[in-house]
Structure formats: structure tokens, C-alpha cells
Design a protein around this ligand. Sequence first.
Ligand SMILES: C[S@@+](CC[C@H](N)C(=O)[O-])C[C@H]1O[C@@H](n2cnc3c(N)ncnc32)[C@H](O)[C@@H]1O
Length: 390
Amino acid sequence: MPHLHIEEFKQIDFPKVYDEVSFNFIASNAMHEDEKLISTTVEDEDFFLLVKEEENKSLLKTDKLTRPASIHNVHRALLAYAKAAGLHVINSNVPQTQKNIHLQEVTALKKIEYFANKFPLDKEVRIEVGFGSGRHLLHQAATHPDVLFIGIEIHRPSIEQVLKQSVIQKLNNLLVLDYDARLFMELVPSNIVGAIYVHFPVPWDKKPHRRVISTSFIEEARRVLKVGGTLELRTDSENYYAYSYETFIAFNKTTLQINKNKDIAISSKYEDRWKKMEKNIYDVTMINDELSEPLTIEGDFTFSKPGLSFDEITGLHNKTFRFEDGFMHFERVYKTKNGVMLRLSMGSFDRPEHLYIIIDEKGISYYPDLPLKSRSNLKAHKELGKILHG
Ligand SMILES: C[S@@+](CC[C@H](N)C(=O)[O-])C[C@H]1O[C@@H](n2cnc3c(N)ncnc32)[C@H](O)[C@@H]1O
């Protein structure tokens, strides 16, 4: 994560434009004054910089929830703020001269809105969830130039490594997305995907709700797969295998294939490690046998005026509300110049979304982006409206 360690945080006058970076406003955590968020715009990307103040050394870095697709833009914002505020930088991992990775980021790395606005449909699509080192994804893209591969990963260094490789190998049939694959699946059109690969997912033995494979993930996978399309799970964890088998077998109109220690064309870093340790490797392949209904998502993310006062909204801090199939948790409350900002997680239990909303005299709005237009988010949005209207 790009960051600057600074001697002392200094505030500029907001709004301000410096080195073509706009600093729009600042929000302070209502419970921990030492944490602040700076709303920043670079080119057309809006995101927060996060400030953590400590006695002798403070930190300025990118906020995980809103980080933009382009790491280059984060670097620009950090450096511009440091200059604009005259910060004394003790150390940093931000390069002063930017590498050429930016070029490829513009083409292969996509934001979730790219898929939400107009899903690419001109080629067969195959998806890899959690591609890690990317060996399998890159091999597949290189050997099937007529197929569009979408690689989804939440680990930034892995993403950058794969982007670099895709430039070196001149792959033009590979798109990369930094997003939770479980949410992504909800906006993929029905019956268009040839294969979904989930290779060596984190087993999350102690936090099963974080697993990629779940009933709702399989439901969405089945919907997006063509007839004959496959969802391919490969795991070294006996527990995960047993759990997944139970979850898959509950589905009708699918064919399941189980393989043990099957060799595939390319072995990932993880696989090499497990093979050396002589662990068993399990494959569960689900073949979709049925055409699905087209995807329909109705509703929007507008709010009417809040009924609660700013104090009542601040009082929502740490509160959780449950509703049918989902929940809402108010994680943090921030004070802005003219109102409050909330950070919350909401949606279904196994696919929650984390986001910010701003409440001021103009009303309530999501910031910087609307939630992903999925059924579970629209449902959660309705519940959020009810809570804020009192
Ligand atoms: C154990 S690694 C396996 C990587 C690779 N598939 C391999 O075989 O080497 C699991 C990867 O899944 C990613 N991951 C975990 N949950 C995810 C999610 N919900 N969406 C996208 N990627 C996820 C992690 O960041 C990690 O890189």
C-alpha cells in the first residue's frame, strides 16, 4: 500500500487544487480524532486519503475502501498533498518518478463500473477468482486468444504482477478487476460464461462466511454459466473440499465431477508447495445443465431527506441491524464541515459491501460511488433508508 510517514499532519484549506489534484473536503472520525479522511479527485477518480496521527510520526496513505483503479493516481495524490501542506516526509514507498505500469493499468485494469455499465459480450467469457500469482490465468489467456478472461483478485501486489506480465506477453484478451468476486458475480449477465476457475481459495476454517464458495455464489455461478459451462474448484484442504461438496450437491440440474490428484496444464505456486508436501488435491467441477432466466435488477439508490438529527445519526455508531437475508452495520462515524459521514457494511452476510454515505443539509448520498447495482445491495439500501428516515 502506498504511504508516506510524516513528522506531523498539517491541514490545508479545503477545497484546494494542487498539481492537478483536487482536495475536496476533510472528515474526522467522531470517536478517534486522530483518524481523518481527505476526499481527493485525480483525473476522473474520486477516493479518500487516510490520515493516522500519532505523537511523533503520522501516516498518510490510501483508504482501502475507495482506492482507485490507478495506483499512479494514488501516488500523485499523496505527493501533491505532502507538497500542498508542506509536510515533512520521514520515509515513503511512493516513487518520485512514475513507472510505465500506468499505461497498462488504463487498458487491462478495469473498475467495477466498467462491467456494471456495459458487460463485454463480444467473446466467450471465462472468469478466474483469486488468481494470486496469475500463472493459471496468464497461461489460459495466452493459449485461448479468442476467449476474454476476467481475473478477479483483492491482493494488490498480485494484480500488479499480472498486469506487468500481460504487458510483457502482449495479451489483449485479459481484463483484471480489483474487487470481491462474490459481489462481481451478481452483475454478470446470465448464460454467457464458459468457465469459472476457483483455484486454491483461502479455506477460512474459522470464518466460513468469508469463503468464496457458498450457496449464493454457486447460485450466481450457475446463472451466469452457459449450458455446459463449468465452475472448477481446486483445493488442497480436505475440510474445504467436504464443505464444498455438500454445498454443490444441494443444487439440481447440475452435474458434479470429483477428481483427486488430477494434473492440470499449469501448476500454481500453491499447488507446487502442496505437492512437495505430498498433500492431496481435490477438484470439484460443476457442469451447468440448464438455461437461466435473464438478469433483471430493478430499483435505484436515491434517498429522501433524513428524519434523524445529526446527533441521532452519530448515535448509530457500532449498531447492527438485521433484516431478511441481510444486515447493516454502522462501522464508523465522521464529522464533516456541514454534517456527518458514515462508513458502513451492508448487504448479504456472505457478500457484504463496505461504503460511505454523506449526510448534510443537501440530503443523503453515497460517496464517492453508488453501491454496485445488485439485488442484495438494493434491498440493503431500502433498509438503510428506513433507518435514516427514523
Ligand atoms: C490461496 S490464494 C490462491 C491463488 C491462486 N489461485 C493459486 O492457485 O496460486 C487465494 C487468493 O484468493 C484471493 N481472494 C480471496 N478472497 C477473494 C474474493 N472474495 N475475491 C477475489 N479474490 C479473493 C486472495 O487475495 C488470494 O490471492
